[in-house]
Design a protein around this ligand. Structure first.
Ligand SMILES: Cc1cc2nc3c(=O)[nH]c(=O)nc-3n(C[C@H](O)[C@H](O)[C@H](O)COP(=O)(O)OP(=O)(O)OC[C@H]3O[C@@H](n4cnc5c(N)ncnc54)[C@H](O)[C@@H]3O)c2cc1C
Length: 601
């Protein structure tokens, strides 16, 4: 069975040494709450919960899956009890508004906890994860009464939340939704329609489930401009705010799927269900974006979590498994063969995972700081929001693509044993596959990055980020030990702007050029962004070693991984730049008949 140990030393490295979280918290209005003692307790207790409670349920949850019986869903053995423990520990309220029972800690601390949850049990983590997004939407756009009624229960953890967007005929294009909302005399709405693929739509872990549902009013404008957002509780709250009458929303079935078997993916039928509008009519999609942006970063964290756990398990295996001798002669002559970690190709696979995990952690924790700054308001909020907007699709898509590559590399280290269920590595691959799909596929994130976040604001957000990278590279220009990192980073950082301009010019003639370049462009952006954080990590490690640290292995490992990243992964930017430069002609040249020539379907 796979194991998991929370990487607390590396979490500390990112928080204290690369990103200076103490200084960051000192500038936040709620930063005082995040005292060193509190942070220490969250890390220690969060790690314990992830390692001791969630990890042992991961493989059994996958094997058992969720069970559906006449509208009710039973989660795998132990899930419910783990959730109870999570609630008793006060975890759901950690970063929520004290006015509704929250502890008011900065959001970033919740994201650190979330990483550990995603590594230890992704399926379980999605139950509180979905609630978190729903709480964000209510916090920002709910009325005082809605907050008192629903938010406080979700903060307490006794009720959970969902987001109900997808319908059988529409996922990406939400403008097509058909779920209807008819106004009622009492000010509520009657909601009817079918939603599919609703994560945590029905389960046995909480007393009530609060569905946030996108639907259309009778006179709504066509397309995405006519979408409104509604609260539809499973049980309508009674006069005391407790679960009352059963509402007209039922789980019709659950999906049998490739991975995340412990999380229920539900068809939800709304049949004259009582709903309550959030905010103004026809503005639902923009409200839902609050939830989706948080959820997108959350999915990036899932990519990171799976990368980390795949790395830990494949490393342990590679140290233990004896096969063949090193090409340079026996490295463990006392054994019948060398451990496979001596082989360069196995080291490539291990280092790829390590580089994505530790670089990804720095990137995500940086976005966590931006989220704190945006929530705090103040003079930095606008810049932080621009940077967050830019980095969100990169975090979501690049780190999940990296997560899928990493879990595959982790499996590959096990040889044939990786393909066998009991080792647990194939579960990580299966579980990670969904992260590239939900919350907007990689293709959709790429369009968001290049179209909305960069070209539509004339590259302003991009320049804010590349300026930071440029400043760092300039400061380290004379740092000879790090030249192999800094020089390619500085070059690619400049090229990033040039490539953007070139695509922008081509797009003026043909809009398809944006779509043709977008995924390669997103991956290019991801490698440069991670390169920046790896270069920063290398600089911190260099300084620590120069100062005579007692943790030589840790810091030398950082430098070696940074060097690996720049020599083996970063050069992928060159191939991506070359394919982007080719434009979209070869994609668009073929007509429909040519696609299908030679066979009939
Ligand atoms: C396990 C699971 C859990 C989920 N949880 C939830 C949930 O809790 N709530 C919820 O509402 N939904 C949920 N979803 C739905 C998920 O978000 C959608 O499946 C996803 O957004 C893609 O939509 P789709 O499946 O309809 O694909 P489609 O939109 O049909 O897309 C098909 C393909 O076309 C591509 N494509 C579409 N449009 C474009 C374009 N303009 N340019 C380029 N490429 C394009 C896509 O990238 C994709 O590769 C879940 C799905 C799964 C499988």
């Amino acid at each position: 069975m796979p194991t998991y140990k929370a990487p607390l030393r590396d979490i500390r490295f990112v928080m204290d040494e690369i990103l200076d979280f103490p200084a960051h918290y000192a500038q936040l209005p709620n930063g005082e709450e995040a005292s060193p003692e509190i942070i220490g307790a969250i890390l220690e207790e969060g790690a314990k919960f992830a390692e001791e409670v969630l990890t042992p349920l991961n493989q059994s949850g996958d094997t058992e899956g969720c069970q559906y019986n006449d509208g009710e869903v039973t989660t795998p053995k132990g899930f419910k009890e783990a959730y109870k423990q999570f609630v008793e520990g006060g975890w759901p309220s950690m970063t929520q508004d004290p006015n509704y029972g929250g502890q008011g800690l900065p959001q970033s601390l919740g994201m650190v906890l979330n990483e550990m949850i995603c590594s230890s049990n992704l399926s379980w983590g999605m139950y509180p994860g979905l609630s978190h997004g729903a709480m964000d939407a209510l916090q920002h756009h709910g009325t005082e009464e809605q907050k008192q009624t629903y938010l406080s229960k979700m903060i307490e953890g006794s009720w959970t939340g969902t987001m109900c967007l997808t319908e059988p005929h529409c996922g990406t294009d939400l403008g097509l939704i058909r779920t209807k909302a008819e106004p009622q005399a009492d000010g509520s709405f009657s909601i009817s329609g079918t939603k599919i693929f609703i994560s945590a739509g029905e389960h046995d872990m909480s007393d009530n489930i609060v569905h946030l549902v996108l639907a259309k009013l009778p006179d709504a404008p066509e397309g995405s401009k006519g979408i409104s957002l509604f609260i539809v509780p499973k049980f309508t709250p009674d006069a005391n705010g407790e679960p009352g009458e059963r509402n007209g929303v039922q789980c019709g079935s659950i999906e049998h799927k490739m991975g995340i078997h412990g999380n229920s993916t539900c068809v939800m039928n709304f049949d004259d269900a009582k709903g309550y509008i959030i905010g103004e009519p026809n503005k639902g999609l923009s409200y839902m974006f609050v939830m989706m942006n948080a959820a997108r970063i959350g999915v990036g964290i899932q990519g990171l979590g799976l990368t980390e756990v795949a790395y830990q398990n494949s490393l342990a295996y590679a140290r233990d498994r004896l096969q063949m001798r090193s090409l340079n002669g026996p490295q463990a002559p006392e054994k019948p063969a060398d451990p496979i970690i001596v082989h360069p190709d196995v080291r490539r696979m291990l280092l790829t995972q390590k580089a994505f995990a530790e670089g990804g952690r720095a990137l995500i924790y940086y976005t966590a700081q931006l989220i704190d700054q945006v929530s705090a308001g103040g003079e930095d909020a606008k810049d932080a929001d621009d940077l967050l907007g830019l980095l969100t699709p990169i975090v979501k898509a690049f780190l999940t693509e990296a997560g899928f590559e990493s879990t595959n590399q982790g499996l590959q280290c096990f040889g044939g044993h990786g393909f066998i269920h009991e080792w647990g590595m194939e579960q990580f691959v299966r579980d990670s596959r969904i992260t590239l799909l939900y919350e907007g596929t990689t293709g959709i994130q790429a369009l968001d990055l290049l179209g909305r976040k960069i070209l539509m604001n004339q590259g302003e957000s991009l320049r804010k980020f590349t300026k930071q990278v440029h400043k760092f590279c300039q400061a380290e220009e004379g740092n000879e030990e790090l030249t192999a990192l800094i020089a390619p980073l500085a070059k690619a950082n400049k090229e990033w702007g040039d490539i953007t301009m070139q695509i922008g010019m081509k797009a003026m003639q043909n809009r398809d050029e944006v779509g043709a370049a977008s995924v390669d462009y997103l991956m290019y952006s991801g490698y440069v962004t991670l390169g920046y954080f790896w270069a920063k990590a290398a600089k911190v490690a260099q300084d620590a070693l120069a100062a005579g640290t007692t943790e030589e292995a840790f810091y030398k490992g950082k430098l070696a991984t940074a060097q690996f990243y720049f020599s083996k992964l970063f050069p992928r930017t060159q191939a991506l730049a070359a394919t982007i430069a080719q434009g979209g002609d070869s994609l668009m040249a073929m007509d429909d008949e040519q696609f299908g020539a030679g066979f009939e379907i």
